[in-house]
Design a protein around this ligand. Structure first.
Ligand code: NAD
Length: 481
């Protein structure tokens, strides 16, 4: 397939149910595969942000009083529209993200599944009755926390907004979304599905603007009651500090550096085949991507050889091309970061087993890269990689692997490969990460909590645990008089 002619939509601010376009330009949107400019993003003014806040306050008053049945019905309609429009949204999503068509189709469907699941779970956001001495009766209800300020990244431009909008709508909250300005159209097309499903105005507002201006205005406002970010640790700390100023809870889904621990009881060739997919999908630009390969010395040579074979077999290119398995990096900055990681690792003694450099001279493509014998002090072993580099290290024992795995301040995901039951039990329990997969690479969907240990985040998205952030408990004691 050749790249279709894209009709890239005009990007607007969604304020109080209306799209606003005539604002100064914040930035241009680039196609990472071609470096072509696709469109521009408008910059919200102070008045726009205040209007979005006021709208969100009104939207909250409407939505919190809307019955759970009506809320669920609207969410199902929105999910149906997302699926109906998937083939119209997908090319735009590919063009602005540089990802493959197959990957974006999967993300669009995943985004709809969050709405499916939350629309069902609405009926199970239970309170409880607390046994109390008569004549007092005491019970606990969960109320929506209030308008939510939600910030989302470029790498998952539909599923991150979906998680946050879906949870807000399920619990009766309104939400102001600040999507990434690198991939704005996908978020706007997603928002349109809610408008077309009949969402009352003000329940969802969408803004773009100078990051610092937007975050200060939305987070410091007394109107918003929850701050949630899917993004980097630094921005997470910044928003959390602001949230403390107005004593707001935060839900932070931040960066990771997932270790992969492989012992000598497994077939290293099969593990490498599975690892290649999880390392190089989305060109490694996802938060639970495999980032450090800690391989038992007995299977290390075979693992590295097999991973190199897998990496070299991948077809890299424009996400529209037939058979492409890995797309581009998001932007020029990511490319420079990858080059820096490789250079630093090599200077410290690592070997480039394959890749290690840019591919071509147009578009932000980087070769699927395997680095062997990477020392622990290499930056790629401690900083979030977010790219198609697989650093491998040989370990003498699984105790050593575990110590290395738990040595960072990040703890989002972890992967264990072993056929020994005792080792499996020990490592899955001792690894310090919010989600662990044993002998497979996967990440929780709508129905199970996902989130980080330590600096990888606060709170959980997915599963009923998510509603802890979007609701507040109220205890009511009552008696008849
Ligand atoms: P980022 O933190 O740079 O940006 C995230 C969002 O915050 C964007 O909308 C951005 O415009 C905004 N932002 C940036 N600076 C801001 C500021 N000073 N004030 C307010 N908002 C600001 O992250 P990114 O580069 O877009 O995304 C990649 C990061 O996201 C990686 O660290 C990745 O691990 C993380 N991520 C985490 C998860 C998860 O579930 N834990 C999922 C996807 C991505």
């Amino acid at each position: 397939m050749t790249a279709p002619a894209i009709s890239y939509p005009r990007i607007g601010l969604l304020i109080d149910g209306e799209w606003i376009y005539d604002r100064p330009t914040l930035c241009e949107v680039e196609n990472p595969s071609t470096e072509a400019t696709l469109g521009t993003v408008p910059k919200a003014t102070e008045e726009d942000l205040q209007a979005a806040l006021a709208s969100s306050a009104r939207g909250f008053e409407t939505w919190r009083k809307t019955s759970p049945t009506a809320r669920a019905a609207l969410m199902r309609r929105a999910a149906a529209l997302v699926r109906e429009r998937a083939e119209d949204i997908a090319p735009i999503f590919v063009a602005e993200s540089g990802r493959t068509l197959a990957e974006v189709r999967a993300e669009i469907e995943r985004s709809a599944t969050f709405l499916d699941w939350d629309s069902e779970e609405i009926r199970r956001i239970y309170g409880r009755i607390v046994p109390t001495d008569p004549p007092i009766q005491q019970y606990v209800i969960r109320e929506p926390v209030g308008p939510v300020a939600a910030f989302t990244p470029w790498n998952v431009p539909m599923s991150a907004p979906s998680r946050k909008i879906s949870a807000s709508l399920a619990t009766g909250c309104s939400v102001i979304l600040k999507p990434s300005s690198d991939t704005p159209a996908t978020a706007c097309l997603f928002a349109q599905c809610f408008l077309d499903a009949g969402l009352p105005k003000g329940v969802l507002n969408v803004v773009f603007g100078e990051s610092d201006h937007v975050s200060r205005t939305l987070v410091l406002s007394p109107i918003t009651r929850l701050v949630t970010l899917t993004g980097s640790i630094n921005v997470g700390k910044h928003l959390s500090r602001l949230a403390v100023e107005t004593m707001k809870p935060v839900l932070m889904e931040l960066g990771g550096h997932a270790p992969v621990l492989v012992d000598d009881t497994v077939d290293p060739v099969e593990v490498a085949r599975l690892a290649s997919h999880w390392k190089f999908r989305m060109a490694g630009q996802f938060c639970s991507a495999a980032s450090r390969f800690l391989i038992h010395e007995k299977v290390y040579p075979d693992f590295v050889k097999a991973l190199v074979r897998e990496a070299e077999s991948l077809k890299v290119g424009d996400g529209f091309m037939e058979g492409v398995q890995m797309g581009a990096l998001a932007n020029r900055r990511r490319l420079a970061t990858m080059e820096g990681f490789v250079q630093d690792a090599v200077e410290r003694g690592a070997k480039i087993a394959t890749g290690g450099a840019r591919l071509g001279n147009r578009g932000w493509f980087f070769r699927p890269t395997v680095l062997a014998d990477v020392p622990l002090d290499a930056r790629v072993m401690t900083e979030e990689t977010f790219g198609p580099i697989a650093p491998c290290m040989s370990v003498g024992s699984m105790d050593q692997a575990l110590e290395i795995a738990n040595s960072l301040e990040m703890g989002l995901a972890g992967f264990v490969f072993t056929n020994d039951m005792a080792t499996a039990d020990w490592l899955t329990h001792e690894l310090q990460a919010g989600s662990i997969a044993l002998n497979c690479f996967t990440s929780p969907g709508a129905d199970a909590p996902f989130g980080g240990y330590r600096e990888s985040g606060i709170g959980r998205e997915g599963g009923p645990e998510m509603y802890q952030s979007y609701t507040v408990a109220k205890t009511i004691a009552e008696r008849r008089v």
